[in-house]
Design a protein around this ligand. Structure first.
Ligand code: NDP
Length: 282
């Protein structure tokens, strides 16, 4: 409800996005969130639940999903279901979307958020890993988006892509990950043009996130980066609001936007600061 947003302790600062946000619009909304057993996806599931949405969550670990579904129901989700699936397995992709379409009777939001596990380390030439990661972080996104598009079109729905500053500018020690996020930004930027040219009903939101304090991210960057991490619950709420208000982009935290400007205006300074943000001790 409106009061949930007003009361939430992690309320984002008022800005052009939050001002237009009508929390009521999410009551009964039909939502599929991927990668929602932990991290930002789990927090998104809880926010959608508090707004009274109908949600399907998915990840590989069934036990964790079951617990998240129970919590969603206790928080106020009108309906909550889970389906265990592996996004590196092609057959699972349509299966997940079909499950959500069937259980919820259509989709208003497809929130693509999952990622495969990758190392924070110098590129070591492991092309097989890069291909595997591309499958999970990129190819599964474009397949699921296409599969959900007819229902989203029917419902004036939204596609929400959880990307990263890595999709806007390369960072070191994560070359395969950077590639997958750049691919997402390119693909969904192109698709957004096409939907506009077709006068489609569907909005696409691409979310640029900086470092977020999820367990996975914190354990991977430990001792390797010098930069502040922002709260997953607030990142999750900002993503949801961006989708609900049909904004093309989110920058969270806000200064990720500054990086996208300085990288072209003052590239050598940007490179210097980026490289100094990582601890490299050969
Ligand atoms: P987490 O590692 O916390 O969560 C990842 C989710 O994806 C889990 O639910 C995991 O569940 C699921 N997952 C992993 N592998 C697979 C697979 N093969 N098939 C299906 N599901 C899978 O990630 P974060 O919350 O940190 O990140 C979420 C999103 O935010 C990502 O798109 C990430 O790129 C983006 N982002 C995060 C940042 C950060 O600092 N945290 C920074 C910038 C962007 P399970 O293992 O059970 O399958």
């Amino acid at each position: 409800s409106g009061s949930y947003l007003a009361d939430t302790i992690e309320k984002p600062k008022a800005n052009k996005w939050t001002n237009n946000f009508d929390a009521e619009s999410l009551r009964g909304a039909k939502v599929l969130v991927t990668g929602s057993s932990k991290g930002i996806g789990e927090q998104m599931a809880y926010h959608y639940a508090r707004f009274g949405a109908k949600i399907v969550i998915t990840a590989r670990s069934k036990d964790t999903l079951q617990k998240v579904v129970e919590k969603c129901l206790s928080l106020g989700a009108q309906e909550a279901f889970y389906i265990a699936a592996d996004m590196s397995n092609e057959a699972d992709l349509d299966r997940v979307v079909d499950f959500a379409l069937k259980k919820l009777g259509g989709l208003d939001y497809l929130v693509l958020n999952h990622i495969g596990s990758t190392r924070v380390a110098m590129w070591d030439g492991d092309v097989e890993h890069a291909k595997w990661l591309m499958k999970i972080n990129f190819f599964s996104y474009i397949q699921m988006a296409w599969k959900a598009l007819p229902s989203l079109e029917k419902n004036k729905g939204s596609l929400v892509i959880v990307s990263s500053l890595a999709g806007k500018m390369p960072s070191p020690l994560t070359a395969p990950y950077v590639s997958t996020k750049s691919a997402l930004n390119g693909f969904f930027g192109s698709l957004r043009h096409e939907l506009a040219m077709k006068k489609s009903n569907v909005s696409i939101s691409v979310c640029t996130l900086g470092l977020i304090d999820t367990e996975t991210a914190m354990s991977k960057v430990k001792g390797k980066v010098n930069m502040p991490a922002y709260p997953a619950t607030e990142a999750a709420l900002n993503i949801i609001i961006t989708g609900a208000t049909r904004q093309p982009e989110l920058f969270y935290p806000w200064f990720t936007y500054i990086w996208t400007l300085t990288k072209d205006w003052i590239p050598s300074f940007t490179d210097y600061v980026v490289q100094r943000s990582y601890n490299y001790n050969p």
